[in-house]
Design a protein around this ligand. Structure first.
Ligand SMILES: Nc1ncnc2c1ncn2[C@@H]1O[C@H](COP(=O)(O)OP(=O)(O)OP(=O)(O)O)[C@@H](O)[C@H]1O
Length: 600
């Protein structure tokens, strides 16, 4: 049935097998003994069709396997060979029956029939009661029985066993060998071993010496004794979708781990964007409340014409508004029956005043000093929000008191629009006292101030407060960014470790599938379905985590800090990252060398 003709195999310039020839008998156990490094595993890999780099002929069931294509080799492993390994090479996370059905599915598409034949084999091997147990809960001997059942379920012509008792104690090893003796009645069992005691069960013993075969013990070939078994082969295409689903179930915890790790990375990035949102929102809020901080004022000397300054302000894109200020005449403020007369004054820059109650005046508002407030009401705190009538010359306007600012004199500040309107009603105004300007954004105050100083104009601004606030905001942003970078780094590290670990486990599984006779096309399909499932799971995890973050942010910041666009971005990113990473890992997995992974 198996005839090795003049096999030569070398690594580099060293021949491991050189003119190795041997014809295996059609049944019985053949032990391949030999010193370590003599070439036993090399021969095993050639017989299995894992290694094609050799000369000579390997004739199995009248066909030379050296002429097989990759697909034909997969079919050869599926139809002709049943593998048993020292380390069992069963799929962890699968149950006993699932491991056996993994091989059975290659022959028959009927789940019930496959289950029946798997249970039947388990009964023969004495572990039927373990059928629905997870592989990791079995003893070494039980695992090897499962591996034997898996090897037999396809009814192979040959059993190839690599140190099948190497991990077992003597008693269990003998039990397993008795099973092999039974199997060997119908087909050849070729077994690599170091263990001389195992050879007691062997019908034939061969060894490799100087790359050639040396027969130590032989039996009469009983090929023509009329008991030759006929190996019926049915070949079908197993459902890789179903296989992917089972894998997904078996590795669910690991997949969830990966999904969460990726989600945390994405959420960390999202939080980084959102923290910028929070900071910007806080700055905006502050600016809204403290619009006067954006004002600067430049006093004009009599001899200095304001034309150059006005043109500088006009052309500066940071400036939102500017106007000339004049000395204003006496004025009156009326609140109900109370009327207060106020002297002539020039407006300063409210940005440099300290507001101790309420806010700085905006459009249609006025801020007053405490001494003036006292003249208007007994309890000055009640004044905020009240309406007064301000009049001076021809100008009369109803204004709301926005706040109280620190000043010992009877003084007031008008909202900028009111102030500007007021100037337009003044007659005979020729000499402006100062120019006042407003920058568009609060944190540009310092930039504009620097620009004016460079042009030899010295503005009066609230630069000290603005600077300290800007530094605080910057530090806050930096802190957020550092925390984000830290979280992202840790998450990426966890992701890489998890994916590498999963990849290692998966490589072994891919090796097992290859040994069982699954083709690369089938394995690629299975990995594709798994990738889709993992990517969807990761996207769902992201939706879950982002929803939680949104709820928390609403509780903590009392508003949504993550926009819908950011959520969609996070979900898409998760899907793409997982999909891409998987595609790269899967292409590496498909290049798995079963020889290497099955030996580990
Ligand atoms: N991929 C390889 N590249 C180079 N040399 C290799 C390779 N695989 C095996 N060898 C060498 O070929 C020789 C035979 O190795 P092989 O694994 O077949 O021996 P073995 O008889 O199975 O040994 P052991 O009983 O220790 O498993 C050794 O000297 C080994 O170093």
């Amino acid at each position: 049935m198996i005839n090795l003709k003049n096999i030569s195999k070398k690594y580099g310039e060293t021949y491991i097998l050189e003119g190795f020839s041997y014809e295996f008998k059609n049944h019985g156990i053949t032990c391949l003994l030999g010193a370590s490094g003599s070439g036993k595993s090399t021969l095993f890999n050639l017989l299995a069709g894992f290694d094609r780099d050799y000369t000579g002929e390997i004739i199995v069931e009248s066909k030379d396997i050296s002429e097989f294509s990759e697909i034909q080799l997969s079919n050869y492993r599926k139809d002709s060979i049943g593998f048993v390994f020292q380390e069992y090479n069963l799929i962890l996370g699968y149950t006993v029956i699932e491991n056996i059905m993994l091989a059975a599915e290659l022959y028959l598409n009927d789940e019930n029939e496959n289950r029946k034949s798997a249970l039947n084999l388990l009964e023969i091997l004495g572990i039927k009661e373990k059928a629905y147990e997870k592989i990791e809960n079995l003893s070494g001997g039980q695992k090897q029985r499962v591996a034997i059942a898996r090897a037999l379920v396809g009814n192979p012509s040959v059993i190839l066993a690599d140190e099948p008792t190497g991990a077992l104690d003597r008693k269990t090893a003998n039990e397993i060998m008795r099973i092999f003796s039974g199997i060997a009645k119908e087909r050849p069992v070729i077994m690599i071993t170091h263990d001389n005691k195992i050879c007691d069960f062997a019908d034939e013993i061969i060894t490799i010496e100087d790359g050639k075969c040396k027969c130590i013990k032989s039996i009469e070939d009983r090929e023509n004794d009329g008991n030759k078994k006929v190996f019926n082969k049915r070949s079908i295409t197993p459902s890789m979708k179903k296989r992917a689903a089972l894998n997904f179930k078996a590795h669910f915890k690991k997949f969830v781990g990966v999904a969460f790790a990726v989600t945390i990375v994405i959420s960390a990035v999202l939080m980084s964007f959102s923290s910028q949102n929070i900071i910007n929102a806080k700055i905006d809020q502050f600016e809204q409340k403290n619009t006067a901080f954006a004002w600067g004022q430049i006093h004009l000397n009599n001899e200095r014409k304001p034309d150059k300054l006005l043109s500088l302000l006009e052309n500066n894109p940071q400036i939102e508004n500017h106007y000339l200020q004049y000395t204003v005449p006496e004025s009156t403020i009326v609140l109900g029956d109370t009327k207060v007369e106020l002297p002539s004054k020039s407006f300063g820059n409210i940005a440099t005043e300290t507001i101790n109650r309420g806010t700085m005046p905006k459009d249609g508002e006025i801020a007053i000093s405490p001494s003036l407030a006292k003249k208007l009401a007994f309890d000055m705190t009640t004044l905020i929000g009240q309406e007064i009538i301000f009049s001076s010359g021809e100008f009369t306007e109803k204004l709301i008191i926005s706040g109280l600012f620190n000043n010992s004199l009877d003084d007031y500040y008008l909202g900028s629009n009111v102030e500007e309107k007021f100037y337009s009603t003044l007659k005979n105004i020729e000499n402006p006292v100062s120019v006042i300007y407003k920058v568009k954004t609060f944190h540009k105050v310092l930039e504009v101030e620097k620009f004016l100083l460079e042009n030899e104009f010295e503005p009066k601004t609230a630069s000290n407060q603005v600077e300290s606030l800007s530094i605080t905001f910057e530090k806050l942003k930096m802190l957020f960014n550092m925390v984000t970078v830290l979280i992202v780094s840790i998450s990426i590290f966890i992701c890489v470790i998890l994916l590498m670990k999963i990849s290692g486990i998966r490589a072994k599984e891919i090796g097992i599938l290859m040994a069982l006779g699954y083709s690369i096309v089938q394995i690629r399909k299975m990995l594709l379905y798994e990738s889709i499932k993992l990517s969807i799971l990761s996207a769902i995890t992201t939706i879950f985590v982002v929803s939680l973050l949104t709820v928390f942010s609403e509780i903590i910041f009392t508003k949504t800090i993550i926009s819908l666009l950011q959520v969609i971005f996070a979900i898409c990113c998760t899907f793409i990252i997982v999909w891409q990473t998987n595609t790269i890992l899967n292409s590496k997995l498909l290049k798995t060398d079963p020889v290497i992974v099955l030996k580990k």
